[in-house]
Design a protein around this ligand. Structure first.
Ligand code: HEM
Length: 175
C-alpha cells in the first residue's frame, strides 16, 4: 500500500477516533477512506475470482438466453476489470469509492442476489477492523526500496499471490 495512502489513513484514524480507541465494525461512516481501501482491495483482487456455479431454473436473459438447467459461473475478477465500468481498472485507487456515483452495483466480491455470500458482513468487518488496527500501530514497508509485492495472481478457488515480505515498522502517534 503506497506510503502516502497509509499516512492519509492514519490521519483519518487519529482525527475520527478518540485517543486510545481502535476502529470498530460500526465505524465505516466515520472512516470512509479505510472503508474505501478495503473495498478497492476486494475489487482489484477479489479473493474468490469466480462465484459458485448457479443453475438457471427457468429461461433467463442475462447477456444471452439461458435455458433451464444451464450452469452459469459468474467471473467476478473479470467483472471488476471491465474498462467500460471502472476507470483505470488495473490501478489501486480507493478514491474511486469516495466519489459520488461509484459503480457499486458492479462490485461483486461476494457475488450477488439470493445466493450471495452469507459471511459478507463478518468478512468486511474483520478486514476493516484488522487493517485499521495494523495501520494505527505500524507503517508497512517493502523489505528494500522499490521491492513491492507482485500483483500477479494464480487463479484457483481463491486467488493466490506469490509470497512476499513486508516490514512492519512500529509508528507512534505525534505527541
Ligand atoms: C473476504 C472473505 C470472503 C469472500 C471474498 C467471500 C466470497 C464469496 C462468494 C463469491 C460466494 C459465492 C456467491 C455467489 O455464488 O453468488 C460466497 C458464498 C458463500 N460464503 Fe463467502 N466469502 C468470504 C467470507 C465468508 C465468510 C467469513 C463466511 C462465513 C462465516 C462465508 C460464507 C459463505 C457461504 C455460506 C456461502 C454460500 C451462500 C449460498 O450459496 O447461499 N463467506 N462467498
Amino acid at each position: 500500500m503506497p506510503r502516502q495512502l497509509q499516512e492519509r489513513l492514519r490521519a483519518e484514524l487519529r482525527r475520527e477516533l478518540p485517543p486510545g480507541a481502535v476502529p470498530q465494525a460500526g465505524d465505516t461512516r466515520r472512516l470512509p477512506l479505510l472503508q474505501a481501501t478495503v473495498t478497492e482491495t476486494l475489487r482489484l483482487r477479489p479473493p474468490a475470482p469466480l462465484a459458485l456455479p448457479h443453475c438457471a431454473r427457468r429461461t433467463t436473459r442475462y447477456g444471452a438466453a439461458w435455458t433451464p438447467g444451464s450452469i452459469l459461473v459468474p467471473n467476478l475478477l473479470a467483472a471488476h476489470q471491465d474498462p467500460d465500468i471502472w476507470h483505470h481498472p488495473e490501478e489501486f485507487l480507493p478514491e474511486r469509492f469516495l466519489a459520488p456515483g461509484a459503480p457499486l452495483r458492479a462490485l461483486l466480491p461476494f457475488g450477488c442476489g439470493a445466493r450471495s455470500c452469507l459471511g459478507e458482513a463478518l468478512a468486511r468487518a474483520e478486514l476493516f477492523v484488522f487493517l485499521g488496527q495494523i495501520l494505527q500501530e505500524f507503517r508497512l514497508e517493502p523489505p528494500a526500496p522499490g521491492l513491492l509485492p507482485s500483483l500477479r495472481v494464480r487463479a484457483g478457488t481463491v486467488l493466490r499471490c506469490p509470497p512476499f515480505r513486508v516490514r512492519m515498522v512500529p509508528c507512534q502517534a505525534p505527541a
